[in-house]
Design a protein. Structure first.
Length: 103
């Protein structure tokens, strides 16, 4: 298995999740969030009475920063676990490489 750099994986996942939430922030700012959320909830057979808070740049920044940090942590943990599961004893790696050379 290919080695994954934990920091790069963390930053990548953090950016993807932060961008997803930045889209949500944009929808809230444009006033389009409630109709979209109503539609998504209806698709899940959920009917709620709720109210969205007014747009706040401070809250938006906190949301994006927090989701980036959580995504970074998940990406880092994923890469560490992936690398740990892919680690094979040196003898097994050498055996696999010699087979490839023969082929």
């Amino acid at each position: 298995m290919r080695h994954i750099h934990p920091f790069k994986a963390g930053v990548s996942v953090g950016i993807v999740i932060a961008l997803w939430h930045a889209c949500w922030v944009l929808l809230v700012g444009l006033g389009w969030a409630k109709p979209i959320l109503d539609f998504v909830l209806k698709l899940h057979f959920i009917q709620l009475q709720y109210q969205l808070e007014p747009y706040s740049a401070v809250t938006a920044t906190m949301l994006i920063a927090l989701t980036f940090a959580i995504g970074m942590l998940f990406g880092l943990i994923f890469a560490v676990v992936w690398n740990w599961l892919g680690a094979a004893p040196a003898a097994a790696r050498g055996h696999t490489q010699s087979r490839r050379a023969e082929a």
